[in-house]
Every structure is written in C-alpha cells, then in structure tokens.
Design a protein around this ligand. Structure first.
Ligand SMILES: [Zn+2]
Length: 225
C-alpha cells in the first residue's frame, strides 16, 4: 500500500492545486482584481479622472503617497479602516452589477494630502474623516468619494447624479450613506460615522425637500391617470 508522509501529501496536494489554478495566469489575474477588494477599488480609482472646478488634482495623491513613503495603492486603501474598505468594495461591486460605472476620486487622505486642497469643500487639516490625524490617521480612514465614469465633464456630472441616488438606495444595505447629500455628493461614509450626526440637520432638510418633491410628483401622476 502506498504510504504518503504528511510532507509528501501536502506537496502533492499543492501540485494538484497549482495545476488547477496555474494554466491561465491572465484569467487568474483578472479574477483577482474582481475578488480582491483593494485591487478592485484601486482599479476603479485609476480609471477615474481627477478633475474639479479648480483644475486637475491627479498629482496630489501620488505626491502625498511619496511624502508618506508608500506605494499609492497602499496609501489610498490600507489607509482606510479595514471593515470600511470591504463595505466600500461590496457597494461598488453591487453598483457595477446594476450597470453603474463607479469611479473613485479620493480614498484615504492624511493631513499632508488634506493640506493640498486649496478650494472647495474641505474639512480642516487633521479633522477629515478620510483619515486626518484627529480621526485616527492611517488605517482609520472612513470616507471615500464616488463618482460616475463617463465622457465629458457634463456627462460625468449627469451620470454621477444617478449614481448618488443609487447609493442612497443601496448604501444602507452595506451600512453606508452620503452624510452631506447635495453639499458634498461624492462623499460616502459609514452610517455609524459621527459625520451623519454633524450633517444631520442638513440631511433632514434635503430629505424632507425630496419627499415633498416625490409627493408633488405623485399627485401629478395620479391626477393624470
Ligand atoms: Zn470626501
């Protein structure tokens, strides 16, 4: 009777495993991007134009990563709190399943990176939930900015509006939402984040405005029937 030592047995199992997964390294790499949260999110990030009203900000994250002495991918996503990174991944995958083209303009930001924001909506240096030092810094980022991919800037804005509405519908299943509504639409954070308490007043306002619109619309609809 053939007797295998544990070492020989494990080597032969490893050989069988390799022969199953190794034949097509390319397909294997694609599958890894789909199923690895960090690889998936980073691929979405790379596909996204980093441009706003104040110009191109594509250089800012690489500069901040270099400043921190890290690879860009590691800086952006290992800087996020682990559970939040995984939730963001599942939200992005779900949106992709419903044919939304999810883009990411910002993930982890340290104080140095926050200091590179000169205009527009921004938290004080240190206080950003993207990972400011007063929020726990690296490994504690609990915010990600999601937009739609698309063609022209006008098209991106239009598609992003439907993406954000979809995030409002689907996000809560993953414990995620947009705390600032229309004031900072791409910003997605955990529903448990203090940001929702801070933004509560504003959110109540926009929600009631939306509800009002909904009922107004429904009345018109019913009247037409
Ligand atoms: Zn943000």
């Amino acid at each position: 009777m053939l007797k295998l030592t544990p070492l020989k047995l494990s080597m032969s199992l490893a050989g069988t495993y390799l022969s199953l997964v190794a034949p097509d390294p390319y397909a294997n790499a694609c599958a890894q991007v789909e199923t690895n949260p960090r690889a998936y999110l980073f691929a979405r990030y790379l596909k996204t134009d980093k441009e706003d009203d104040t110009g191109d900000f594509v250089w800012k994250d690489p500069q901040a990563a270099a400043h921190a002495g890290m690879q860009l991918r590691h800086y952006l996503f290992a800087g996020l709190e682990e559970g939040f990174e995984v939730r963001a991944y599942w939200l992005a995958r779900t949106l992709a399943y419903f044919d939304y083209r999810v883009g990411i303009t910002s993930a982890f930001r340290d104080d140095y990176r926050q200091g590179l924001i000169r205009h527009g909506i921004k938290a004080a240096v240190g206080k950003s939930f993207h990972g400011g030092s007063r929020r726990g810094g690296f490994g504690n980022g609990r915010a990600i900015d999601l937009v739609s991919l698309g063609g022209s800037r006008k098209e991106v804005l239009k598609k992003s509006a439907t993406l954000w509405a979809a995030i409002d519908r689907l996000g809560p299943r993953f414990g995620l939402g947009r705390p600032y509504g229309d004031r900072d639409p791409p910003h997605v954070a955990p529903l448990s984040s203090p940001e929702f308490a801070v933004a509560g007043h504003y959110r109540r306002h926009t929600l009631s405005a939306r509800r009002h619109h909904h009922y107004k619309h429904r009345r018109v609809h019913i009247a037409r029937r």
